[in-house]
Ligand binder design. Structure first.
Ligand code: ZN
Length: 205
């Protein structure tokens, strides 16, 4: 048994995505070793994160600044008739890095596997409803123009999520595409190299 102050932090880190109790305990013993100034720097950075970062009400991407919308949504040069729907922010970053996508984004915030938790389900339903409203009010999507790319990870959960989204967006009568060939089955966008991601984007269908 670890002392309570160690165990408490292990439990907290274990709640992080992809972090299990073993990795969590490595983090804690690392923290014990590093100087106090480094700990202060870390806690200050976490506080700053919570006070400065906000969610874009249009695409749900996180950003920093006084503006109402994120830099991508505020960018007048981006194509408003093209919305790329991703699971999470890291996927958005991966697509941005390819520099091949000039449209806008929408961050879903998870997959339908989270539906086991009622709260998660509500959050995602709410986001998708906002996307539907956004598309309905967007002139670039009027008269059957515009396209939504479902750039969801090609995992089993991702594929189920894509089906769910297709059903949700069906009534809009817009073009709905998915990423093309090239992405490894079961893989995640964030681990795909730029070239693979670029060609998957270009060969969307
Ligand atoms: Zn935005």
């Amino acid at each position: 048994m670890y002392p309570p102050s160690i165990q408490k932090l292990i439990d907290l880190f274990s709640k992080f995505p992809t972090v299990g109790p073993k990795t969590a305990s490595r983090f804690v013993f690392h923290l014990i070793k590093i100087p106090k100034e480094k700990i202060e720097e870390l806690t200050a950075a976490i506080e700053e994160l919570k006070s400065k970062i906000k969610l874009c009400p249009l695409c749900f991407n996180s950003f920093e600044g006084e503006e109402e919308h994120c830099p991508i949504c505020s960018d007048k040069t981006r194509d408003k008739s093209l919305i790329c729907l991703v699971e999470k922010e890291v996927d958005l970053e991966a697509i941005e890095k390819t520099r091949k996508f000039k449209g806008l984004y929408f961050v879903l915030g998870g997959t339908i596997s989270g539906f086991e938790k009622e709260k998660e389900k509500e959050k995602m339903e709410e986001r998708v409803n906002k996307l539907i409203e956004r598309i309905k009010g967007e002139p670039a999507f009027a008269k059957a123009s515009g396209e939504v790319i479902l750039a969801i990870n090609p995992t089993t959960e991702g594929q189920n999520t894509t089906l769910w989204l297709q059903r949700k967006l069906k009534s809009l009568e817009i073009k709905i595409t998915q990423l093309g060939q090239g992405l490894p089955k079961g893989g995640e966008l964030e681990y795909a190299d730029e070239e693979t991601l670029s060609s998957a984007l270009e060969s969307r269908r």
